[in-house]
Design a binder for this molecule. Structure first.
Ligand code: NAD
Length: 400
């Protein structure tokens, strides 16, 4: 029995007095990522889904609303109708999730921001640097906030790696090695054909879809930007009009070097995301399919398998852990951590508190812009036969 004395401070949600209201654009029945968001924002009881324009197909949008027991009047055939009706409601959503295809993100995110909603955007932020810059401008102009759902940054052991780099455990970081070796598009009849169709996602579609996850992990864990890129891009499957394989050599601010392999051609691979960060005093290694552990290999000592919320857990890892060690948290709760952190920040702001510390582990529009700048540099490098090129405006894009 736990004798806690019964003294509990009221939570922010309690002081705020109601759940945060969320609406969705995209993520309808049958979509890949919509249900992951619905699971994630339900976890802490902090968010309540109130409205949606869930699909390009109005019938699917309506069916999604019915399945979720939403008020039919708040289920819309498209995002413009959603904004027109929801913006003036007294019980309007606090934030709107955009989980549509990347080429629509700029238009939809910007319209939502201009209508006064906070935005939760699926990655990649947009399809191009120019579009991303316009979203960054819209966030700044409207004073709204944007969460970019690079869900891997919600894993406790990714936060542990980040903390260990920041607290100097690794010493000076010298090498970063990451990959997203995905095989989904090698499976006959695989869904998501838009992913390999350059007419829908541009020729950098694979880099935007999976490459940006790996690139974001590099900057998230090391805390520094990518300054230079040398790229070799390939079309290995003749049916694909995007580059479906990419080898990138990276130069990081502060002098570390890195490499990033991203591909849709890793036949047999299960998901395929991992990262290693090497410093002068040791290295850390994390694999998305075994997310509860982080290998820590200190120089001149035996390697250690750090476990989530176990001995040696950093504050960030403990904060992101939900269950006791040995009871796996997994993908859903990593995703939920982003919703919890962002939700706590919105509540703090509404209560007149400083939200900044709560947003420290949360990817935002600047992260989205930066990965697009790196993808842009990769295209320019590949067009110049792999010459090393500078990532656009690295000095001007300091985070916050
Ligand atoms: N964070 C992650 O781990 C992760 C994983 C998969 C996909 N994604 C991202 O999520 C986004 C969606 O990908 P997906 O795999 O779910 O795609 P999908 O094709 O499976 O589903 C897209 C959904 O959006 C709807 N839609 C498209 N355009 C719309 C519009 N203009 N208005 C309303 N609805 C619209 C479609 O009808 C469909 O319901 C992409 O940006 C993708 O990169 C992220």
């Amino acid at each position: 029995m736990v004798d806690d004395g019964g003294q509990w401070d009221p939570t922010r949600l309690e002081r705020f007095g109601r759940r945060l209201r969320i609406a969705m654009v995209g993520g309808g029945l049958g979509s890949f990522i919509g249900e992951a968001h619905r699971i994630a924002f339900r976890v802490d009881g902090m968010w309540e889904l109130v409205a949606g324009a869930f699909s390009r197909n109005p019938a699917t949008s309506a069916a999604t609303g019915r399945a979720l027991l939403l008020d039919p009047e708040r289920v819309y055939p498209d995002y413009r109708a959603l904004i027109a009706a929801e913006a003036s409601r007294p019980d309007r959503p606090d934030a709107v999730l955009v989980a549509t295809l990347p080429d629509t993100h700029e238009e939809i995110c910007s319209a939502l921001l201009e209508a006064g909603f906070h935005v939760i955007a699926e990655k990649p932020l947009t399809s191009t640097v120019d579009q991303a810059e316009r979203v960054v401008d819209a966030v700044g102009r409207t004073g709204r906030r944007l969460l970019l759902t690079h869900c891997d940054s919600g894993y406790p052991m990714v936060r542990q790696a980040r903390d260990m780099v920041a607290d100097g455990s690794l010493g000076r970081v010298t090498v970063v090695d990451t990959e997203f070796s995905n095989g989904s598009q090698t499976v006959p009849g695989a869904g998501g054909a838009w992913r390999v169709d350059a007419t829908q996602v541009g020729e950098a579609g694979m880099l935007l879809d999976v490459g940006t996850h790996a690139l974001h992990l590099v900057t998230y864990v090391t805390g520094v930007r990518i300054d230079t890129v040398s790229a070799r891009l390939h079309r290995l499957d003749p049916r694909h009009t995007v580059f479906d394989n990419a080898f990138l050599d990276l130069g990081l601010a502060g002098g570390a070097v890195g490499r990033c392999w991203s591909t849709f051609q890793a036949a047999g691979s299960v998901h395929g995301l991992r990262i290693s960060v090497v410093g002068e005093l040791g290295s850390v290694h994390w694999v998305q399919t075994d997310p509860e552990v982080l290998w820590w290999r200190p120089a001149n000592e035996p390697a250690q398998l750090l476990t989530r919320a176990g001995t040696g857990a950093t504050a960030g890892a403990v904060e992101a852990s939900r269950f006791a060690p040995g009871h796996p948290d997994g993908y859903g709760l990593a995703f939920a951590n982003l919703y919890r952190d962002f939700g706590e920040a919105l509540l703090a702001e509404a209560l007149g508190e400083d939200p900044t510390p709560l947003l420290a582990g949360v990817p935002d529009q600047f992260d989205g812009l930066h990965t697009l700048e790196v993808v842009d540099a990769a295209l320019r490098s590949a067009a110049a036969e792999g010459r090393s090129v500078t990532v656009r405006d690295p000095a001007l894009r300091a985070r916050r």
